[in-house]
Design a protein around this ligand. Structure first.
Ligand code: ZN
Length: 143
């Protein structure tokens, strides 16, 4: 891994003032650059950030995390269980018909109950709803 120079406090390279305003943001695959204007000496300078992570923000963060985890479990089982694969193919053929979706969810929770027992996950009824949502999202991404 490359070493990244970390800076605690960003100061104007000209006068070392810490008051500045950013007026534009530029980015590519790796870097995010903030164009800045020093409020003390009016010098223009640029702060370069390296993207080190991506995170979900917002009120439904927890729900998305639950769905993400359910999708992961589902995809893992899909690779290993032929019956599940057949059911999923049928779901795709039906263009995600609600009955077929319910059937898969029921099958998963009956056959693989322990796989869905993580303490992060909600109770059975809610879990059915989340799991249906998670599978539906998968279908929408990759029908
Ligand atoms: Zn300055």
């Amino acid at each position: 891994m490359d070493t990244i120079e970390t800076i605690d406090v960003i100061k104007c390279p000209d006068c070392e003032s810490i008051s500045y305003l950013s007026y534009q943001e530029l980015y590519d695959d790796e870097w995010i650059s903030l164009q800045c204007n020093c409020l003390t000496c009016k010098a223009k300078f640029q702060i370069n950030y390296r993207a080190v992570g991506i995170d979900i923000i917002g009120p439904d963060r927890e729900q998305r995390e639950i769905k993400r985890q359910l999708r992961k479990i589902f995809l893992d089982l899909l690779k290993r269980d032929r019956d599940l694969r057949i059911k999923y193919d049928q779901l795709i053929d039906s263009e995600c018909e609600e009955n077929k979706l319910k059937e898969i969810v029921k099958y998963l929770l009956n056959e693989y109950s322990p796989a869905f027992e993580d303490k992060l996950l909600p109770g059975r009824e809610e879990k059915e709803k989340y799991l249906a949502d998670a599978i539906q999202v998968l279908y929408e991404i990759d029908p």
